[in-house]
Write a protein that binds this ligand. Structure first.
Ligand code: NAD
Length: 291
């Protein structure tokens, strides 16, 4: 069992840290907000008063933070306070560039670094069923595997440092685009008097079926958009995707359109709703509902 420092105990990090406690690891958590700290305490973990304290003298340090600037801030504490040889796993979804930078800077302090963004949303975190796409060295991946298996089900090493983030960007491209199309399909069925609930059931069982249709068709029809995964975070991910496409020198017109729809959701004030709230944008564009 390992001594683990876990920074970022939000929607995803909270349940993930809880699973590691349950598996018998010695977990010390830190978050700027008291909610995550209280939940970790209730789950049997220890809490620290700062990121520096959480990451000191640990075998493994984990972060699950919103975006690049949060990872950069906490990584400064990791560089300064984590012991040489510590394995650092970043589960956050950030730019490949920042993940590569943490690996390069970490190596100078003998830290072993993996980018390991996840997919599966809040239910995946709660049920320890996440998909985990990992970038880094094979030996470090092998060391981290028991941790990954404690929080996830589908786990793959997809290349060197940064590659996990590239695959996560591809994931978010498909998820965002799928939501946009499911939203339009709902309006189409409702607009022409078809039974949209029965219609989505059929879609879910056919070639159009997807995890999104499986998990979200009911809540979308009910216009229930409690997060889940916030529009604000998907907006951040679309920025990562567009930047990655530019770096790869490829054109992604569907991705660009999806990015604009997500930006519109934010501009309409829906940033803190679940990304399935792309339905509200589709409604506004169709002259229906309230923007
Ligand atoms: P969240 O906002 O619920 O949690 C992030 C936590 O980090 C918050 O509790 C916040 O207080 C804390 N934090 C921020 N800066 C900090 C700092 N300097 N020190 C300590 N704590 C700090 O976000 P989330 O939904 O858990 O997402 C985390 C990451 O996982 C994001 O990169 C997101 O894109 C990704 N992700 C989220 C989901 C999802 O469905 N929510 C799914 C897959 C991936």
């Amino acid at each position: 069992m390992s001594k683990i420092g876990f920074v970022g105990l939000g929607i995803m990090g909270g349940p993930m840290a809880g699973h590691l406690v349950k598996a018998g690891h010695d977990v010390t958590g830190f978050d700027l907000s008291p909610t995550g700290l209280e939940k970790l305490k209730a789950a049997g973990g220890a809490t620290a008063g700062s990121a520096a304290e959480a990451v000191r003298d640990k075998d493994i340090v984990i972060t699950m933070l919103p975006q690049d600037e949060h990872v950069e801030a906490v990584f400064a504490d990791i560089l300064a306070h984590a012991a040489p040889g510590t394995l650092y796993i970043d589960f956050s979804s950030i730019t490949p560039k920042t993940s590569i930078w943490t690996a390069t800077e970490g190596a100078k302090k003998q830290l072993r670094v993996l980018d390991a963004p996840v997919s599966g949303g809040e239910p995946g975190a709660i049920n320890a069923a996440l998909s985990i796409m990992v970038g880094g060295a094979e030996a470090d991946f092998d060391t981290a595997l028991p941790i990954f298996e404690t929080v996830g089900k589908t786990i793959a090493l997809v290349g060197p440092n940064g590659a996990g983030q590239v695959v996560k960007a591809a994931n978010q491209l498909v998820v965002g685009g799928t939501y946009a199309l499911v939203a339009e399909a709902i309006l189409l069925m409702e607009g022409l008097g078809a039974d949209a609930a029965a219609g989505l059931d059929v879609l879910a069982g056919g070639l159009a079926g997807s995890k999104i249709l499986e998990l979200k068709r009911k809540s979308m029809l009910e216009r229930s958009f409690q997060p889940g995964f916030r529009i604000d975070l998907h907006h951040k991910d679309m920025g990562i995707i567009l930047q990655a496409a530019r770096q790869a020198e490829i054109s992604i017109p569907m991705g660009a359109l999806t990015a604009q729809l997500i930006a519109a959701a934010r501009a309409m004030g829906h940033g803190s709703l679940d990304h399935s709230a792309l339905l509200l944008v589709a409604e506004a564009l169709a002259g229906k509902g309230q923007a």
